[in-house]
Ligand binder design. Structure first.
Ligand code: NAD
Length: 251
């Protein structure tokens, strides 16, 4: 595979599992040094990268905690000297329940990780990218950041918030060499979706039936879009919320 990201450093939050793991591996395959960030230490992603001769480190961090994020960025920069690409992807689904039944605890937790977490990561990534004079950020929103869904109100609110935050930051730093975009995945086969469906084949089929393309997405299909948004091929693309959703939001 062409090492188009040789000498580049890519930071991926939520890198232990699912979309973040696939994206960490995809960055490494193209030659980038990868900073895998997660609140759960799982060596699988790191080992997969090292087995292929790639370069990566793991940093434990809860993205909803400012002190953790500050330390994590300091460690990334002290290890590899810079951050070319940041994929702010860590997220949780929270508990299911309609708006009036949502507890304050669930609301605060989901907004804290998904929305405040993305903002905190950008808060500490951007000053480093300003020093470098360039950088590319991709935030993980969702189709739930573009349209409404019933039963997960803080999740939907957090993902719409990420789309808004992405646009605001894109405008603020457009002249400083920093591009900021979001990806909006449809239903992707990850541990998060397994938790939603309980691996029940009937429920899984209901998700498939809602995907115009007739199947669920693979984590590496989201990874490809993230890498494209980080690459020079996307040099004129900023402030966009790109659906990677098998046509879900075209319906
Ligand atoms: P996942 O649960 O498989 O992976 C999420 C990762 O984030 C895990 O490694 C988890 O440990 C980590 N994480 C969670 N909270 C964290 C925190 N506070 N600090 C650091 N790490 C934390 O889920 P996934 O499906 O791979 O989801 C990745 C992102 O994609 C999420 O933001 C999710 O909302 C979004 N998304 C997923 C789908 C889907 O269908 N799978 C669809 C749309 C959007």
């Amino acid at each position: 595979m062409e090492p188009v990201f040789k000498d580049k450093v890519a930071l991926v939050t939520g890198g232990s599992f699912g979309i973040g793991s696939a994206t960490s591996i995809a960055f490494a395959k193209r030659g980038a040094k990868v900073v895998i960030v997660d609140w759960v230490k799982d060596d699988e992603t790191l080992n997969a990268i090292k087995k292929e001769g790639g370069e990566a480190i793991f940093i434990k961090c809860d993205v909803s905690k400012e002190a953790d994020v500050k330390k994590m960025i300091e460690k990334a920069v002290s290890t590899y000297g810079k951050i070319d690409f940041a994929f702010n992807n860590a997220g949780i689904e929270g508990e299911q329940g309609i708006t009036a039944d949502c507890t304050r605890e669930n609301w605060d937790k989901v907004i804290g990780v998904n929305l405040t977490g993305v903002w905190l990561c950008m808060k500490y990534e951007i000053p480093q990218m300003l020093k470098q004079g360039k950088g590319a950020i991709v935030n993980t929103a969702s189709v739930a950041g573009l349209v409404g869904f019933q039963g997960i109100p803080p999740y939907v609110a957090s993902k719409h918030g990420i789309v808004g935050l992405t646009k605001a930051a894109a405008l603020e730093y457009a002249k400083e060499g920093i591009r900021v975009n979001a990806v909006c995945p449809g239903v992707i086969k990850t541990p998060m979706i397994d938790r939603f469906t309980g691996k029940d084949k009937v429920v899984e089929q209901q998700f498939v039936d809602q995907e115009p393309i007739g199947r669920l997405g693979e984590p590496k299909e989201v990874a490809k879009s993230v890498l494209w948004l980080c690459s020079d091929a996307a040099s004129f693309v900023t402030g966009t919320a790109m659906p990677v959703d098998g046509g879900w939001t075209a319906q």
